[in-house]
Design a protein around this ligand. Structure first.
Ligand SMILES: [Mg+2]
Length: 241
């Protein structure tokens, strides 16, 4: 991967590419991790389950058929960043009820990850989850992975007043709520555009690359300092450096 607008070097961190300049990882006080498709592989495909349940919820709640529900779901997603936002604005949907329903999924595709547990255990600094999902979903996934004990806090879509990443004010809310100095923080994400506000605030940014279509725009952007296909191995490089 070659950056368009900033020089890059092959980093000692497992051969992944590093865009310069990037604030130091060793000085990081706080690590901000996305949850879905970042802490576990996108190949687990949990989103397909959530996507189906969102459609089912809309069909049932609005009394419409599956095709119509799907169109509305995608329309609201494109217009407001999440289907939930459109449902709240236009149909007075209860967000708590919605989140409970759509995250009621089978987590067995997510494997317990002892290597991730070890890598996080060796990583200095406070760790926070920053997710467009719910806290309960994050807790369920972290428990399944076996990494819950590494994280001090979850900043979820409820804490964000139901506005999703990459809405910039949500990042401001997140750092204020958890007393994070962005210049001493690292954010790890699978969706490139979600790293734009983090970079603008002075965070070091790490992209966990996936094959998902929606995660391709901006993969070589200058707002991304580090790129890896394997989070565990990359974190191992950080602590070995
Ligand atoms: Mg994600």
């Amino acid at each position: 991967m070659t950056p368009k607008s900033s020089p890059a070097t092959v980093s000692p961190l497992n051969g992944t590419k590093t865009h310069l300049p990037a604030p130091g990882l060793a000085q990081a006080e706080t690590w901000v991790f996305d949850l879905d498709n970042t802490l576990y592989p996108a190949s687990c495909n949990l989103f397909a389950q959530v996507d189906t349940r969102i459609g089912a919820y809309i069909a049932d709640r609005l009394g419409i058929d599956g095709d119509e529900a799907y169109q509305l779901q995608k329309h609201y997603f494109r217009t407001y960043g999440t289907s939930l936002r459109g449902l709240m604005l236009h149909h007075e949907v209860n967000p708590g009820e919605f989140l409970e329903f759509v995250h009621c999924i089978d987590l067995t595709p997510v494997p317990p990850d002892a290597a991730l547990d070890q890598a996080l255990g060796r990583l200095p600094g406070r760790k926070v989850i920053f997710t467009n999902g719910s806290t309960k979903h994050a807790e369920n996934v972290m428990a399944r992975l076996g990494v819950s004990h590494h994280f001090d806090a979850v900043f979820d879509i409820v804490a964000a007043s139901y506005f999703p990443k990459p809405e910039p004010f949500v990042y401001d809310l997140m750092v204020r709520r958890h007393w994070i100095d962005p210049r001493r923080a690292v954010m790890v994400e699978d969706i490139p555009k979600n790293l734009v506000p983090a970079h603008a605030m002075g965070m070091t940014t790490v992209l966990v690359r996936t094959d998902s279509d929606w995660a391709q725009d901006g993969v070589d952007g200058a707002h991304i300092h580090h790129v890896t296909d394997n989070l565990v191995s990359w974190l191992g490089g950080v602590t070995a450096a």
